[in-house]
Ligand binder design. Structure first.
Ligand code: ADP
Ligand code: ADP
Length: 229
């Protein structure tokens, strides 16, 4: 089933910089998709189009058939969870509990349901018992998991991660890869991540798109893109 469709998308920044050029991508439910490419290729710009942080200059982005545009924004943001590259950009609250509660409270989820959902999300990421800790004093890998838990709590259809392994040590990287794979498998949540670390791509993605200077120059299954003879 088609989950996200990017059709003929161009994105031009205010200064005239053409950051995305005729992008066409279809992502199916349950896919694990890597967007790879050097710095400046347009990965972050593309990701911001998935949840409406930016609107395409032309073309359309749809999630479950719903167009990403101002009037659908709150619905879109329940479907699309974003994990930023720098966890400190995403963690605002003084405890892990409050951090995971934030989005749920915005959705008017309270009482028993609130506690249950937070416990569920923290259990999945392996941070049970961290409720009263400050997210700011955790390791890079733990911060990433708090961000992931607060996104998971919203029960999104897709999780979009910008450079998820960028600031992690090798142990943190393998731990996060295992976690993301299990979230995809157990919960059926679609994963889209950007990376310039090609080593993690075969471990995490079943489809890959290579972005260069705002254009997709190659795309297919990980096998096709990485091991094509
Ligand atoms: P990546 O995430 O792959 O590093 P970006 O999406 O951040 O790439 O950037 C794509 C292009 O858009 C680059 O040329 C970058 O300099 C430019 N760009 C990014 N943000 C802005 C902005 N706010 N204003 C103008 N140009 C920008
Ligand atoms: P938007 O829909 O415009 O992204 P949000 O509801 O995400 O709005 O955020 C509204 C404001 O709250 C923003 O200024 C943002 O920086 C801040 N914010 C976002 N996430 C959190 C959070 N987990 N805790 C506290 N403040 C947050």
């Amino acid at each position: 089933m088609e989950l996200i469709k990017v059709s003929e998308v161009n994105y031009v920044y205010n200064d005239g910089n053409l950051a995305l050029k005729n992008i066409n991508i279809t992502i199916s439910k349950g896919d694990k998709v890597a967007i790879i490419g050097p710095n400046g290729a347009g990965k972050s710009t593309l990701f911001q189009l998935f949840n409406g942080l930016l609107q395409p200059t032309s073309g359309t982005v749809t999630v479950e058939g719903l167009q990403v545009c101002k009037k659908n924004l709150s619905k879109i943001r329940c479907k699309v969870g974003m994990v930023f590259q720098d966890s400190d950009d995403q963690l605002f609250n003084s405890t892990v509990f409050q951090e995971v509660a934030y989005g749920l409270l915005n959705m008017h989820i309270t009482g028993e349901k609130l506690y249950e959902t937070i416990a569920w999300a923290l259990e999945i990421v392996g941070l049970k018992g961290y409720e009263k800790r400050s997210p700011h004093n955790l390791s890079g890998g733990e911060k990433k998991k708090v961000a992931l838990a607060s996104v998971l709590a919203m029960k999104p259809k897709v999780i979009v991660l910008d450079e998820p392994t960028a600031s992690l040590d090798p142990h943190g990287v393998s731990n996060l890869i295992e976690l993301l794979n299990s979230i995809n498998k157990e919960l059926g949540i679609t994963m889209i991540f950007a990376t310039h670390d090609v080593d993690i791509v075969p471990l995490l993605a079943d489809r890959v798109y290579l972005l260069s200077k705002g254009e997709i120059i190659c795309g297919g299954t990980t096998e096709e893109v990485f091991y094509r003879k």
